[in-house]
Write a protein that binds this ligand. Structure first.
Ligand SMILES: Nc1ncnc2c1ncn2[C@@H]1O[C@H](COP(=O)(O)OP(=O)(O)OP(=O)(O)O)[C@@H](O)[C@H]1O
Length: 550
């Protein structure tokens, strides 16, 4: 008989064997803060135009060399429950704004770091969280008055380029002017009269070779693939999109045909061929000259497509198929029937072209098109990946500015101005909360400090100079990224502006995340159940592996 293993009395006896339980200041609060601090310190060096890259090798052994916080956090798969809360805050920022993830992480990490000091001084968690809540509310109020410019015309390429430039400069310093114009043209061309725009409206196609300055934008869509048949170019295309196979229909159940002679076999084949031909002929007679297929393409069907001069393009990703339908105004068809007039998509020109040894199919629209594509060129895969991240951030910035066109000074100026005002406000608050409010002001400065640290200036003198300038009312004084001559710049004059909404959500989410982490006093980790791990959510479940990287 197996000996009875006594379970330690206390909390653990209630839980399944193997569960872990931590409580108290040292074990929980300080540990959580430590984990969050580590994560925030790790990404702090990637903040701003002079931020450094990280080399991340993910669980599939894919290598990333990037400074994009959202991508790094996605690939790192953070396990610590408290650090995960910060990651969730950054994900919320990514979903809401599409940029500013590092801002959230640095601010939340710094709020926790400063809270730790206050805890050591003897303040209670509730006093700190209360102070943080008051300070964050005040910061959001003050932020509303810091707007220095508004994007007046969302269809003006020059204005849009100026507004999206800082988000590109913080990732691709040096290429920002060229890329900003490219992104602005793509965004403006993809915004319909109704003003409905989503970050998905601008697609990126990366092709290795040539230089970044050879990148171009196209109204319409570009896919890295070849056409299937012999027709390679069609002007004034009428496009039918099929999600089913472009092949002879297969019965759902197995059937057996008994053929008694060679003649019957020939007739059977002829019947099949005639049926296929009639399908393709019917499609062609509706005026269709391009067929896009999301599944298998049969040889016989392809033969008749060539005969009736139909261009055939295969599309492996359902996402691409959906976007193409949007770009052409087509309705995807579930079976091989001729499309009606409404279901047909139209395109000014569809053609196959070789770009740097890569065959691409281009769907080019001359009229208004809700999709545009940036054909990115560059010497290495890593460079292209990094530019893609920067371009995505810039497109998200445009999307944010459509919702709220107000801009605030960047380069750490807004954070510094808020820090000065919050510190002043703290003086007027009675009780121990004012220490927490002061800590909040210090945390806001950590954003400006990160920019200064990363640009290689002498941080302490620069920070004190900036602080006194902001006290004197120079609300747009920020940190220079050039490192040539001056350490400080006027962010508004230099055109370094960030969307107000980005800062708004960043402050809100970082404060909430820090307050949540501070409010945890016990950690209970249940024993992991055996058996295979449940499958995680995969947003690209229907995209083949090679298509994800395109
Ligand atoms: N030329 C510049 N000089 C100084 N600061 C700049 C310049 N261009 C951009 N910045 C600043 O860089 C900061 C943004 O940096 P970054 O894009 O690395 O952060 P993030 O958007 O929070 O992170 P991520 O893009 O990784 O989510 C902003 O404060 C912006 O004002």
């Amino acid at each position: 008989m197996a000996a009875h293993v006594p379970v330690a009395p206390g909390y653990l006896q209630m839980l399944k064997q193997g569960a872990r339980y931590y409580s108290g200041m040292e074990e929980v609060v300080h540990r959580n803060i430590e984990a969050c601090k580590q994560l925030s310190h790790c990404l702090r060096t990637s903040y701003g135009p002079n931020g450094l890259n990280k080399l991340v090798i993910n669980h599939l052994e894919k290598i990333f060399v990037t400074g994009d916080a959202a991508l790094i956090l996605r690939e790192l798969v953070v396990e610590h429950p408290a650090a995960k809360m910060l990651v969730m805050a950054t994900q919320a920022q990514e979903q809401e704004i599409g940029d500013g993830t590092n801002f959230v992480l640095i601010l939340a990490g710094s709020l926790l770091e400063n809270a730790e000091e206050l805890l050591k001084l003897g303040l209670s968690v509730s006093e700190i969280t209360e102070g943080y809540k008051v300070a964050s509310k005040k910061a959001l109020e003050l932020l509303e008055d810091l707007s220095c410019l508004s994007l007046k015309d969302i269809r003006d390429v020059t204005e849009v380029a100026a507004a999206t430039k800082p988000s590109l400069a913080s990732k691709q310093y040096g290429y920002e002017d060229f890329l900003a114009t490219l992104v602005a043209k793509s965004c403006v061309s993809a915004i319909p009269k109704s003003g409905e725009f989503s970050a998905e409206s601008v697609r990126i196609c990366k092709i290795i070779g040539a230089s970044v300055e050879d990148s171009v934008m196209l109204e319409g869509m570009v896919f890295k693939r070849e056409t299937e048949g012999t027709v390679n170019s069609v002007q004034d295309a009428k496009v039918a999109v099929y999600t089913c196979a472009f092949d002879s229909a297969k019965p759902e159940t197995k059937g057996t045909v008994l053929l008694k002679s060679a003649g019957e076999f020939m007739d059977f084949r002829k019947g099949e061929e005639a049926l296929m031909e009639s399908h393709v002929r019917d499609i062609a007679e509706e005026g269709v000259n391009v067929v896009v297929v999301g599944a298998k393409i049969g040889d016989l069907a392809l033969h008749y497509a060539d005969k009736y001069k139909l261009m055939v393009v295969k599309m492996t990703s359902r996402n691409d198929l959906r976007r193409l339908c949007k770009a052409l105004g087509a309705t995807p068809l579930l079976s091989l029937i001729p499309p009606t007039e409404d279901e047909l998509g139209s395109c000014s020109k569809v053609y196959l072209q070789e770009v740097g040894n890569t065959q691409v199919v281009i769907f080019k629209q001359n009229q208004e098109c809700p999709m545009s594509t940036i054909l990115l060129r560059g010497s290495t895969d890593r460079l292209l990946d990094n530019i893609e991240e920067a371009v995505n951030d810039a497109v998200s910035t445009y999307n944010t500015l459509i919702r709220d066109p107000r801009l605030v000074p960047g380069a750490g100026a807004t954070e510094m101005q808020l820090a000065v005002k919050i510190a002043d406000f703290g003086q007027s608050v009675p009780g121990l909360e004012q220490y927490a409010i002061h800590a909040y002001s210090k945390s806001l400065q950590s954003i400006t400090r990160a920019l200064a640290d990363n640009s290689g200036t002498q941080t302490n003198p620069v920070m004190s100079k900036l602080y006194s300038l902001h006290q004197q009312g120079e609300s747009s004084a920020g940190v220079s990224a050039d490192g040539e001559g001056t350490d400080l710049i006027d962010a508004s004059e230099a055109g370094i502006l960030d969307p107000l909404l980005l800062k708004h959500w960043g402050i809100k989410l970082a404060s909430e995340a820090a307050i949540t982490v501070l409010g945890v006093d016990q950690i209970i980790i249940g024993k992991k159940s055996g058996g295979p791990k449940p499958r995680g959510e995969n947003p690209n479940w229907d995209v083949p592996h090679d298509a994800i990287d395109n």
